[in-house]
Design a protein around this ligand. Structure first.
Ligand SMILES: [Zn+2]
Length: 305
């Protein structure tokens, strides 16, 4: 938590690790069949852009590189779901707030997501992201920073954006259930969630270093702050490592997981079978993930995004 005069700002950061040799389920490419309503190759530094869509279904390769299934290879500890608890929710609370719950209020929907064309934010040591990233991006946007001056992350290609969008689309089921709604925008300045890329998170690689595949930073509000004009909406910032998520299937799963955080599932699931497990090994929402989201979005939460 960061204090700034009488304005108390709360930030949250989710560091998402990946298994280097996790397994992916056989149907991990199925998300590609459901195409996102997204146009993401254009942006402007001022007025909303009316850029055109690129590519289409034909651009999405149905044949990702062969994925080796190595079930049973779990590097970190985790619990396994059973026939009895396979659909039980887990606690989605924010650890920094004593596990209190947070989600988007209905008034802010549909949530708008902007996936940058491979742009990389200024590098900074990973442990500094938590306190500074949201504020930094907010200030860049507010000052009209020319986004086209940001470099494109090494290892990024347009396919990465389809993979990210496809991962986010896995949460669309809850729009059909009336719990939330979201869509993609070409205008970063309108977006509630912005997506950037990096070749590597600084300070997280090397011998003995942890493996960070993605990171999501967000600001949280109390209900009082939400109606206080001094509190400005700041975008949730998602960043993906292209060196870790070099396969489209892996990036798609990482994006699905990160969007779960962006929606307010702040804690990780203790179950390996869940998308929101800390060392995610699956690419799709489990019944437990779905039950958790439903619980969260049917609840009145003390904190909001
Ligand atoms: Zn995570």
């Amino acid at each position: 938590m960061k204090k700034s005069g009488f304005l108390s700002l709360i930030y949250t950061t989710l560091v998402c690790l990946v298994l280097q040799a996790g397994y992916l389920p056989a149907d991990c490419q199925s998300g590609y069949r459901r195409l996102p309503k997204a146009q993401f190759n254009t942006y402007s530094s001022g007025a909303p852009s009316s850029g055109s869509s690129v590519g289409g279904p034909s651009r999405l390769s149905p044949s990702a590189p062969g994925i080796q299934s190595t079930p049973g290879l779990h590097i970190t500890k985790g619990e396994s779901r059973t026939a009895q608890n396979y659909a039980d929710p887990y606690n989605p609370g924010e650890e920094k707030l004593n596990m209190q719950w947070v989600r988007w209020p209905r008034e802010k929907m549909p949530l708008l997501i902007w996936i940058s064309p491979g742009l990389e934010l200024p590098k900074m040591p990973f442990d500094q992201l938590q306190e500074t990233r949201v504020e930094q991006v907010y200030k860049m946007f507010a000052s009209g920073y020319p986004l086209d001056q940001l470099p494109v992350a090494k290892g990024w290609s347009q396919d990465a954006n389809y993979a990210v969008a496809s991962g986010i689309e896995k949460w669309r089921v809850f729009q059909q259930e009336g719990l939330l709604s979201f869509g993609f925008t070409n205008n970063p300045y309108d977006a509630h969630v912005v997506v950037f890329f990096t070749d590597n998170f600084q300070g997280t690689t090397g011998p003995g270093g942890i493996i960070v595949g993605a990171n999501t930073c967000a600001q949280l509000f109390t209900p009082d702050q939400l109606v206080d004009p001094r509190f400005k909406q700041k975008p949730v910032v998602m960043e993906f490592s292209m060196s870790v998520n070099h396969e489209p299937g892996r990036l798609e799963g990482a994006a699905a997981h990160e969007f779960g955080h962006a929606l307010g599932i702040k804690a990780h699931s203790p179950y390996r079978e869940d998308l929101m497990y800390v060392d995610r090994v699956v690419n799709d929402l489990s019944e437990g993930d779905k039950a958790t989201l439903r619980l969260l979005y049917r609840a009145k939460t003390p904190y909001l995004m």
